[in-house]
Write a protein that binds this ligand. Structure first.
Ligand code: HEC
Length: 189
């Protein structure tokens, strides 16, 4: 195209103007941004499925509330009766045995006959008398004697399972066990 062809037809005070169109790719991008803005407006502001920041925040909050509302149902209530019935459930005892082998056997020996920690297979108990006392001792530990607090370490279901497992050891009197410590509290019924 010669320069003359690019001249536009008007002229003001002897000044001519070129027809100088923007490159096609530039116009393309411009059109895309317009289309994008229109789609964006429909998507987020005219009832489309897009959620604004505020709506997303509100949705997240609702999700959190739902999780919190469901939480108490999942929490394990540990009392004497639940521990007693858990100790009769082979699945739970097996699970507790696994937790025991991993975390406790180093001090209480593989069968609970005692090493650094007391013998768990006799009928003597240092702390309290009940299943719940066993659970509480495991949960809170006896830090000054070298027994860790397992409450913050183990998940609640594992803590309860290992306590149930330990109660099944009482009175099994594994040979070669550590000498009795504490009071004679008899077997669990
Ligand atoms: C680092 C060694 C160590 C480890 C590991 C350990 N214990 Fe102990 N445990 C002890 C000692 C020591 C005592 C005695 C505390 C005392 O004399 O008051 C004890 C006490 C206990 C008692 C109370 C016994 C009683 O007669 O009242 C129970 C139950 C018990 N441990 C269970 C566990 C369980 C279950 C685990 C694993 C989750 C575990 N222990 C891990 C050292 C340990």
């Amino acid at each position: 195209m010669s320069d003359d062809d690019r001249l536009m037809h008007h002229e003001y005070d002897g000044i001519h103007e070129y027809d100088n169109p923007l490159p096609f790719w530039w116009k393309g991008i411009f059109l895309v941004t317009i289309a994008y803005a229109a789609a964006y407006f429909v998507w987020y502001h005219l009832g489309g499925p897009g959620l604004t920041e505020e709506e997303r925040y509100a949705a997240d909050l609702r999700e959190l509330e739902a999780v919190r509302a469901a939480a108490p149902a999942q929490a394990i209530v540990v009392d004497e009766d639940t521990l007693a019935s858990m100790a009769k459930d082979p699945g739970v005892v097996e699970r507790g045995h696994g937790v025991y082998a991993k975390n406790c056997a180093s001090c209480h020996s593989d069968k609970g006959q005692g090493l650094v920690g007391p013998n768990l297979t006799d009928t003597f108990q240092i702390h309290g008398t009940s299943r719940l006392d066993v659970y509480t001792t495991i949960q809170n530990g006896v830090p000054e004697k070298g027994m860790l607090s397992w409450g913050p370490v183990l998940p609640p279901d594992e803590l309860a399972a290992v306590a149930a497992f330990v109660t099944t050891l009482r009175g099994t009197d594994v040979p070669g066990g550590k000498a009795a410590e504490g009071r004679n509290v008899d077997r669990f019924q």
